[in-house]
Design a protein around this ligand. Structure first.
Ligand code: TXA
Ligand code: MG
Length: 352
């Protein structure tokens, strides 16, 4: 399959290009597009064959449903059985934006789209390109992140191209995404509401609005969860894994620096090529084959923005091991730490 590349200005997208992408969606095709979080790869959420082709294109396990994207909160009502009052509050406060809400689904939704579950994940993205594409397609768009299953999520069209060129119909290139980690997923099909995946909307902001919001144990898990704890299909699949082994060092900053130095020396002695994911405050402390800064520890939004791109960049240098520094779990740091822990396969070392 030849993948069409459509380059647009993310602020003022050329609507004739978006229209041609929308026609692909309407015919049951698959299009990757930017959102404010990461790139998504989408198909008509109400077309079973298109959704199955979408799973196939990204080699996604069939038991892990995508998020359904809408351009208008009114669209939600036909896709769900009920909109609980608390969900209504979150939609008013946080949509459009990086928040996905789990509802009980309606019978209109094909079982392929929800991987056989009784619930559905819906979000309204805040990105002109995503918005226009959904609107012009005149259907809700099922769109997981536009990476091959298991790889770091794409924050540029180039990342999408690396993973999916030849596997999908088109890629809309609208430049780098702004937030850099995926949306926060909250389950409102249960009460009290439960945060299942930390992301672009901070837990603190949600808790300010719904004070009974709980964090699922998985969000801050430091080891693989057992099956009975799993509430979201995505929790049991391998994620964000570069080719290289990833080791995450957590703890106070001087302790982290000492441990990273130690480890990188010992890998170097064994003749291994070492990459370090450091921070602005610590990067000059190290000597290694590849050193990249995730950003400043005092600006966790920038760390989130850089995270997936840097995981890909360090990996592209063919290092044997990536040693990553942990950061604080405040604000967007909760999503950053969740992704780093998963990327390391829970190979976590606590610095003294
Ligand atoms: O920012 C984002 O959320 C991006 C952009 C493209 O919108 N999308 C994204 O989709 O990250 P995906 O498919 O990579 O992640 C969706 C997550 C998975 O962890 C999946 O298991 C979970 O949402 N999910 C989907 N439907 C669910 C449901 N009914 N109940 C619980 N979790 C669900
Ligand atoms: Mg994903």
């Amino acid at each position: 399959m030849k993948t069409l590349l459509l380059k647009v200005n993310p602020e003022k997208p050329d609507l004739t290009k978006i229209q041609s992408a929308a026609e692909i969606i309407q015919k049951g095709g698959i299009v990757a597009f930017p959102t404010e979080t990461v790139y998504g790869v989408g198909a008509d959420a109400l077309n079973q064959a298109a959704v199955l082709a979408l799973f196939e294109a990204k080699k996604r396990p069939l038991d892990n449903p995508p998020i359904v994207h809408v351009a208008n909160p009114k669209e939600v009502y036909r896709l769900v059985e009920e909109v609980p009052a608390k969900a209504q509050i979150l939609m008013e406060k946080f949509w459009p934006g990086p928040l996905t809400i789990i509802f009980k689904r309606s019978n209109l939704v094909p079982k392929e789209t929800v991987a056989g579950l009784e619930t559905i994940a819906i979000r309204m993205p805040k990105h002109k390109v995503a918005f226009e594409l959904i609107k012009l397609s005149r259907c809700p768009i099922a769109a997981p992140s536009a990476n091959l299953a298991g790889k770091p999520s794409p924050t540029t069209a180039q990342h999408v191209y690396e993973d999916l060129n030849g596997r999908i119909d088109a890629i809309i290139d609208g430049g780098a995404t702004n937030i850099g980690v995926e949306s926060t997923v909250v389950d409102l099909s249960v009460d009290p509401p439960m945060l299942l995946r930390p992301g672009g909307t901070p837990f603190e902001a949600l808790k300010n609005i719904l004070c009974d919001m709980k964090l699922h144990v998985f969000v801050e898990a430091e080891q693989e969860l057992t099956l009975q704890d799993i509430r979201s299909p995505g929790m049991k699949h391998k994620h964000y894994a570069p080719k290289a082994e990833v080791i995450l060092i957590e703890g106070n900053v001087p302790g982290v620096i000492a441990k990273v130095k130690d480890l990188s020396e010992s890998f170097k002695h064994k003749g291994q090529k070492v990459g370090i994911l450091a921070t602005d405050e610590t990067q000059t402390a190290y000597k290694a084959d590849v050193i990249k800064s995730l950003g400043s520890r005092s600006n966790l939004a920038s760390v989130a923005q850089n995270l997936f791109r840097l995981l890909r960049e360090v990996d592209a240098e063919n290092v044997d091991v990536i040693i990553a520094e942990g950061v604080s779990s405040d604000g967007l740091g909760l999503a950053v730490m969740n992704r780093l822990r998963k990327a390391s396969g829970y190979h976590i070392i606590k610095a003294e």
